[in-house]
Design a protein around this ligand. Structure first.
Ligand SMILES: [Zn+2]
Length: 319
């Protein structure tokens, strides 16, 4: 099976996103890049270099619905005359930039984020949302765990690997133990478990870090020899990376547990202490809050700290 990585520019600090062309019948793209003129031109050029035109694409498969991965979906789908779009249904919360403001407001309120900071987060969401078109719920087919995507040269098996987002999926080629993993596994950075509502019960929060650890172990059980991530170079030493991830998550857990006070600290308070600089900056602010919440949730589930909810705001404290 011919898996061809195409590097597409993004306006984010992460710089480039990896799109994968599966040069088999039906011609498929895994992820697609953000909706910018530069990304669209680069995608077109790189496809052409591989003897492919956008009009030839038959299938668009998305690892998850962050704008750097999904932004051009609608444009490409339309130009390719109704190529079929595939994504996990749990990505609906993030669906193509149309983040539910009310849902986000509840998540941020609970985390003790002050209203003026939430307004800044909303502004960032609005800016980021411009990098994608909205795709309606009836315009895509659902990916699900263990589903098989058939190609002329073999099969890619869908693995539901939640954590970075609730509906994140990876694609496994058993024949040569190759995995396309989106933002679940990245060579140089530990992916952020982004704060989300629970897709099954919107009043609850998705246990992103606990789910992420399960996904990392699930990938390990496949013994992949090569992993193509959503950003950066491919990974040929997953076993080592897995241990590095687990160690860094463990260190962050200890750090977070130590920062929790006896009187109680909100997740926003912890995020400020963990990332005093990032908390002042656009997307980083949201990611810093996500990281704090993910670790507090996990530490509380593990019985390392306690949580008390006062007037809808969480306060974590030492036991
Ligand atoms: Zn992502």
């Amino acid at each position: 099976m011919k898996i061809i990585p195409l590097t597409i520019p993004t306006p984010f600090y992460i710089v480039d996103v990896n799109v994968y062309l599966i040069k088999e019948e039906p011609l498929t793209l895994i992820d697609i890049g953000p909706k910018t003129g530069e990304a669209s031109e680069t995608l077109r050029d790189k496809l052409r270099q591989n003897g492919v035109q956008i009009a030839d694409i038959r299938r668009i498969v998305l690892t998850h619905a962050h704008v750097d991965h999904c932004g051009l979906t609608k444009q490409v789908r339309d130009e390719a005359k109704n190529a079929e779009i595939f994504i996990h249904k749990w990505e609906s919360g993030h669906l193509f930039g149309s983040l539910d403001n009310e849902e986000q407001r509840n998540l941020m309120n609970r985390a003790g984020v002050p209203p003026e900071v939430f307004r800044k987060i909303q502004d960032t969401f609005n800016d980021v949302g411009l990098l994608t078109d909205t795709v309606d719920k009836d315009e895509f087919s659902e990916l699900y765990d263990e589903m098989e995507l058939e190609f002329s040269g073999g099969i890619l098996k869908v693995l539901h690997t939640p954590g970075h987002t609730p509906g994140s999926c990876s694609f496994f080629r058993e024949a040569n133990r190759t995995l396309i993993a989106g933002d679940c596994v990245l060579k140089r950075i530990t992916p952020n478990p982004v704060i989300s509502a629970d897709p099954i019960d919107k009043n609850k929060r998705f246990k992103s870090l606990a789910e992420y650890l399960v996904s990392l172990a699930k990938i390990r059980s496949c013994s992949p020899t090569l992993i193509y991530g959503g950003h950066g170079e491919p990974i040929d030493d997953y076993e080592e990376l897995f241990h590095r991830y687990v160690r860094s998550i463990d260190e962050r857990q200890k750090q977070v547990v130590e920062l929790v006070s006896t009187n109680g600290t909100t997740p926003f308070g912890i995020a400020q202490k963990l990332f005093p600089q990032a908390i002042e900056k656009e997307v980083h602010r949201f990611l810093a809050i996500s990281e704090a919440v993910a670790h507090l949730d996990y530490a509380e589930t593990e019985g390392k700290i306690a949580v008390e909810v006062k007037e809808g705001i969480e306060f974590y404290r030492k036991i």
